[in-house]
Ligand binder design. Structure first.
Ligand code: ADP
Length: 210
């Protein structure tokens, strides 16, 4: 089962991708995570990636398509995978087509910008478990001393990320929805404002029939 998860920054893709990977036993390929691991290595290419990520811009299609092409053609991806954060542009989607990899489901998590801004401002990453945590009733679920704000979660940067989403990913969404040539995938839109468990249920309704 090959799945693509779409949605603006803060729509909850990461949380749902983890759920899908565990439930359906497929690798979770998160471009954000792959890139964040890379920037610790001090090379010219990684510095370029670091700069784009910290400024809220998308990194170049060349770099990301090479990374993801290498990853999705690995042996463990044969039974399927979940892509969180890829494709984000039409060029990236075309790479998947060129590789002749058929996607079964595209799941879009839809959520208004106002709610996104609020969510992102409140989210923290647990430096030990590497899990994203959100404010619940004014508190974070684990020990606050291990929680750090992602640099790209600062308000100014978030606005740039949302702008990149409008500029590149909305046209991609239109392209995918109108892709009459090879519409092998099922395109599903889910309400990303629902709570995590209810979104799990919506996802199960789609994927359990596979
Ligand atoms: P979010 O989905 O909340 O924006 P991610 O962790 O998926 O967060 O991505 C963080 C950053 O990594 C993006 O703002 C961008 O700079 C870079 N990135 C991730 N995926 C892609 C992609 N497919 N193409 C270009 N840049 C990407």
């Amino acid at each position: 089962m090959r799945i693509v998860l779409l949605g603006a920054p803060g729509a909850g893709k990461g949380t749902q991708a983890q759920f899908i990977a565990q439930k359906y036993h497929i690798p979770n390929i998160s471009t954000g995570e792959i890139l964040r691991k890379l920037i610790y290595k001090n090379t010219v290419l990684n510095k370029k990636i670091d700069y784009s990520m910290h400024s809220g811009k998308l990194i170049s299609d060349d770099i990301i398509t090479t990374l993801i092409r290498d990853r999705i053609t690995c042996l463990d991806c044969k039974p399927g995978f979940i892509l969180d954060g890829f494709p984000r542009t039409i060029v990236q989607a075309k790479m998947i087509e060129e590789e002749k990899i058929d996607i079964d489901y595209i799941i879009e998590l839809k959520i208004p910008t106002k709610i996104i801004l609020k969510r992102i401002q409140n989210r923290r990453t647990n430096s030990i478990e590497k899990k994203i945590q959100c404010l619940q009733n004014g508190n974070y679920p684990t020990n606050n001393s291990f929680l750090a704000e992602r640099v790209d979660d600062k308000e100014k940067i978030v606005k740039i990320r949302l702008h990149e989403y409008e500029k590149f990913t909305i046209p991609l969404i239109n392209y995918l929805k109108n892709d009459t040539k090879v519409k092998k995938f099922k395109y599903c839109i889910l309400d990303g404002t629902k709570n995590i468990k209810n979104i799990h249920k919506d996802i199960k309704k789609i994927l359990d029939v596979h």
